[in-house]
Write a protein of this length. Structure first.
Ligand code: NDP
Ligand code: 2IT
Length: 453
């Protein structure tokens, strides 16, 4: 069978056997379509049925999460943990709490995680989980009771050498704390079963900063290959959560000027540069909306989501040299990339998972806009999670500088591996192809080594 037919066959059976999972098909299609040259060169992946196997999770767990709200009413949500692939290590990947969560979303994230984790060079398999729980507007007590109920079931499926969840959208230090406490209450064991823990109880320095810092280090590597730097570059950033905040912080450290941020309700354009202190106060401490930012900084523009130009994300209408989508999937579409291009943007680095639509990616390739794909560019978070696991296992504590320096080297290695792999397969500089092939090859070869499992 030709390679194209093989890929088509797997795509078709995936869609037929798991209906209604659009984001998952999008993630699978993106990976499989770039594997063609590898599959041509190496018939063993077809022989050992690797594509058929790799698109099916080893296990997916769906459970009921019941909790009581402040009014005494019983509330019900759905919990998920998809244990996708353990060929190179225990399942590793975040938990997302957001009303849009469904099985297809968790599967897309889990599938991406397999290759991302492989690219880090560290021994971690791929998994993802979460719930359709909406943390917005909930009290502290409600958040805690939800997290405890969620962990009551999740605790049966995780373990230091089995599956180690972490944060993602809607899950940060506070939620990890409540879940960790509940795990300990249920099992009686103080174990590194989650990452992103508090610094007083097993967390790693620099984990909070890692995804954002890593994404900027990745951009730095892309630019360096062209003899360029971040110094003096104007950057647009979307999102205002964990990834966006520390992307903005590192951009300043390296001499760039971030001018935007956004949340689910609107965006801020601050031409003289986003005030990091105000942003952290509003988002990390007060947990409020970005309209507050414009109350404090009268020279900043706030545009609510309802006022965005039709079919676009207003963040990408702002002139910039570099764009860092760092909020959510499919937040940068064809119209957005055309706007960015028109305004002179030369590089898109993905802090979020799958933020660019396939049409936007295609446009970048056609128009030679440099592109740092999510699997590579945002891998610094999970890589530092693995550094947290290492510290837990050896009962050691590393300094901020030590962890940050390891993170910096990991991002450089991921860039080099992706770049060299793109060269090996005849499309030098196509980092999407390089990252997908390099990430896939290590996992697929490990699956072959481990037999028919
Ligand atoms: P947070 O919950 O900390 O922040 C998410 C931000 O994105 C918030 O500003 C939120 O707005 C905004 N947002 C979320 N959903 C939407 C939406 N549907 N439309 C518009 N805005 C939205 O999450 P993270 O910063 O951790 O995650 C951001 C992205 O980065 C996700 O794609 C995640 O998968 C990815 N990622 C995260 C890693 C991590 O270590 N945390 C690692 C690698 C990737 P609001 O403030 O209104 O809620
Ligand atoms: O998408 C991701 O890589 C994350 N949300 C971080 C996962 C982790 O285990 O730290």
């Amino acid at each position: 069978m030709s390679v194209q037919k093989y890929i088509h066959k797997v795509m078709k059976s995936t869609m037929e056997s798991t209906p209604g999972q659009a984001e998952f098909y999008q993630a699978v299609e993106e990976v499989l379509s770039t594997l063609e040259p590898l599959l041509q060169a190496e018939p063993k992946y077809d022989k050992y049925n690797i594509l058929e196997r790799i698109v099916i999770p080893e296990r997916q767990i769906l459970f009921r999460v019941v909790w009581m709200d402040d009014a005494g009413k019983i509330q019900t949500n759905i919990g998920y943990r998809v244990q996708f692939n353990s060929a190179i290590g225990p399942y590793k990947g975040g938990l997302r709490f957001h009303p849009s969560v469904n099985l297809g979303i968790i599967k897309f994230l889990g599938f991406e995680q397999i290759f991302k984790n492989s690219l880090t060079g560290l021994p971690i398999g791929g998994g993802k989980g979460g719930s359709n729980f909406d943390p917005k507007g909930k009290s502290e007590g409600e958040i805690m009771r939800f997290c405890q109920s969620f962990m009551t079931e999740l605790s049966k499926h995780i373990g230091e050498t089995k599956d180690v969840p972490a944060g993602d959208i809607g899950v940060g230090g506070r939620e990890i704390g409540y879940m960790f406490g509940e795990y300990k209450r249920i099992t009686g064991n103080f174990e590194g079963i989650l990452t992103g823990k508090g610094l007083n109880w097993g967390g790693s320095l620099a984990r909070t900063e890692a995804t954002g810092f890593g994404s900027v280090y990745f951009a730095e590597n892309i630019l360096a290959k062209r003899g360029d730097t971040l110094e003096g570059k104007v950057a647009t950033v979307s999102g205002s959560g964990n990834v966006a905040i520390y992307t903005i912080q590192k951009l300043y450290d390296l001499g760039a000027k971030p001018v935007t941020c956004s949340d689910s309700r609107g965006m801020i354009y601050h031409e003289k540069g986003i005030d990091l202190h105000t942003l952290k106060l509003i988002k990390e401490v007060e947990r409020k909306g970005l309209d507050e930012y414009a109350q404090i900084h009268k020279d900043a523009v706030y545009i609510p989501v309802g006022k965005y130009p039709e079919g676009t994300n207003a963040v990408w209408g702002v002139p910039c040299d570099i764009a860092f989508p760092s909020a959510t999937q499919n937040e940068l579409n064809f119209a957005d990339i055309k706007n960015l291009h028109k305004n002179g943007c030369i590089l898109v680095t993905e802090g979020a998972n799958m933020p660019s639509t396939p049409e936007a990616i295609h446009y970048m390739m056609e128009n030679k806009i440099m592109y740092g794909p999510a699997k590579a560019a945002n891998a610094g978070g999970v890589a530092t999670s693995q550094l947290e696991m290492s510290q837990n296992a050896s009962m050691a504590t590393w300094s901020f500088a030590e962890v940050d320096s390891k993170l910096n080297s990991i991002m450089k290695n991921i860039f080099n591996l992706s770049y060299e792999t793109s060269k090996e397969f005849g499309d030098e500089g196509n980092l999407m192809m390089g990252a997908n092939i390099a990430g896939f090859r290590k996992v697929a070869d490990s699956m072959i080594d481990q037999g028919a499992v």
